[in-house]
Ligand binder design. Structure first.
Ligand SMILES: [Zn+2]
Length: 142
């Protein structure tokens, strides 16, 4: 059996900018400079006020597990050896949600509201993925 490479994000346009910040180990999301609302996934205009003006604002890196699913039979062969694994939706303190994984938590130990913090997985010299681990210290979900 040949091994397949995992699919990776396209590193161009706004998505490329998002991952360029990740490569610098900075988690940044777009924030509207008119109404100050955060957004993710990257897009040109603000869904709240319609403005085209925005900035890449740095996230605290802290959030909580919002939901997840456990994959036991991956649809893509590159993920076969990782199963079972749990893609998670992380709700960041800024309010945006990110699909990722909690690297130090078995799927059976995931809980809604589990406090997590970002870590960076340097997959290749060009690609760094934001992932999460259980939050250290006394930080509590808000
Ligand atoms: Zn706005």
């Amino acid at each position: 059996m040949t091994s397949a490479a995992k699919p990776v994000p396209l590193l161009r346009h706004l998505s490329g900018e998002f991952y360029a910040h990740c490569r610098s180990h900075e988690l940044r999301f777009q924030r509207c400079t008119q109404c100050r609302s955060w957004r993710h996934v990257p897009r040109q205009t603000c869904a709240r006020c319609g403005a085209w003006d925005w900035e890449w604002a740095r996230s605290s890196g802290h959030g909580t597990v919002f939901t997840w699913t456990v994959v036991r039979r991956p649809m893509h062969p590159a993920f076969a050896s990782a199963a079972p694994y749990a893609p998670c939706v992380i709700e960041m303190e800024e309010g945006v949600r990110v699909v990722s994984e909690v690297v130090d938590c078995a799927p059976a130990d995931l809980r809604k509201g589990l406090a997590v913090e970002v870590v960076f997985d340097d997959v290749t010299p060009e690609l760094t993925l934001p992932k999460f681990r259980r939050a250290s210290g006394g930080r509590r979900p808000s």
